[in-house]
Design a protein around this ligand. Structure first.
Ligand code: C2E
Ligand code: CA
Ligand code: CA
Ligand code: CA
Length: 273
């Protein structure tokens, strides 16, 4: 028995060590990628649920590394752990705002890590970027995940107030995927709530899931907060979310995230209120 458990321990250590080395490599790659500005923004359309017209876009970080594309769900946590999320976030923000200033009237949403909000210069940096490109604050939305609610960090709350005071909109992202409560929705007075794609997945096959989505949309609307449903992959889901009261929709059914050239070519001729 002793022999066996020792063997298992050795395997365990070897695995952990391999993972740590992998992480360290990725971190080093990320440092270089940021240095060379290789992480780019893709833009996913958000559409009006009735007309299908473009309302705005969400900027999503894309990294085509030398060894192939790496997903944000992989490199964002690495950036957060390595203290690189501030740099990454400001590069994406700058690209999104620079690009957005060439697309008159279009609304732009940018994802911001809760860690970025703990920097007391965050709101000031945002304002500087908007000023640099002459981008109207009310055309920018900052998307925050519930991590920011849980951590209860005073500086994060201060940053949110400052962002709102600048006239920038603040959205709660991924609602319904975790712990964010109705109470926190009321406390923070978000300008918009984005429902997580897990609430949409499977509603066409699961009557209970459909009821939960319907109720959640109505609940957020009842608090007076506009809803965007994400992860819409088919006509049924789009129609269901619209009828439940979601005015804005996003998902592969309308468009995957696009390069700025693709977006301009395919979407930028229409208007949306
Ligand atoms: P998110 O903010 O919830 O973004 C939506 C994700 O859903 C994106 O994944 C998007 O490509 C994907 N998606 C869009 N439509 C559909 C659909 O119909 N079906 C399915 N299954 N997925 C859909 P992506 O681009 O891989 O990003 C993953 C997450 O990484 C984002 O989730 C966000 O939390 C984070 N992220 C991405 N870019 C940034 C960034 O610049 N800064 C920060 N802090 N986080 C980012
Ligand atoms: Ca988002
Ligand atoms: Ca989301
Ligand atoms: Ca997410």
């Amino acid at each position: 028995a002793k022999h066996g458990s020792d063997g298992a321990t050795v395997v365990f250590h070897a695995q952990m060590e391999a993972e740590l080395i992998e992480q360290a490599k990725l971190e080093q790659q990320l440092v270089e990628a940021l240095d060379r500005r290789e992480i780019k923004a893709a833009f996913q359309p958000v559409v009006d649920a009735r007309s299908g017209d473009l309302c705005g876009v969400e900027a999503l970080a894309r990294w085509n590394s030398e060894s192939g594309p790496i997903a944000p769900d992989v490199f964002i946590p690495v950036a957060e752990r390595a203290g690189l999320i501030g740099i990454l976030g400001s590069q994406i923000l700058e690209e999104a705002v620079a690009q957005g200033s060439r697309w008159p009237g279009l609304h732009i949403a940018v994802n911001v890590s809760p860690l970025q909000l703990r920097n007391r210069y965050f709101a000031g940096g945002l304002k500087a970027t908007l000023d640099k490109f002459g981008f109207e604050p009310n055309r920018l939305t900052i998307e925050l995940t519930e991590g920011v609610l849980i951590s209860n960090a005073d500086q994060a709350k201060r940053s949110i107030s400052e962002i709102k005071a600048l006239g920038i909109k603040v959205a709660l992202d991924d609602f319904g995927s975790g712990f964010a409560s109705i109470g926190s929705l009321r406390q923070f007075r978000f300008d918009r709530v984005k429902l997580d794609k897990s609430l949409v997945a499977n509603i066409e096959h699961d009557a209970q899931a459909a009821k939960v989505l319907d109720a959640t949309i109505k609940l957020v609307n009842a608090l007076g907060v506009p809803v965007t449903v994400e992860g819409i992959e088919n006509r049924h889901q789009a129609e269901f979310a619209r009828q439940a009261g979601s005015h804005q929709l996003q998902g592969y059914w309308f468009s995957k995230p696009l390069s700025k050239e693709e977006l301009a070519e395919r979407f930028l001729r229409r208007d949306c209120l």
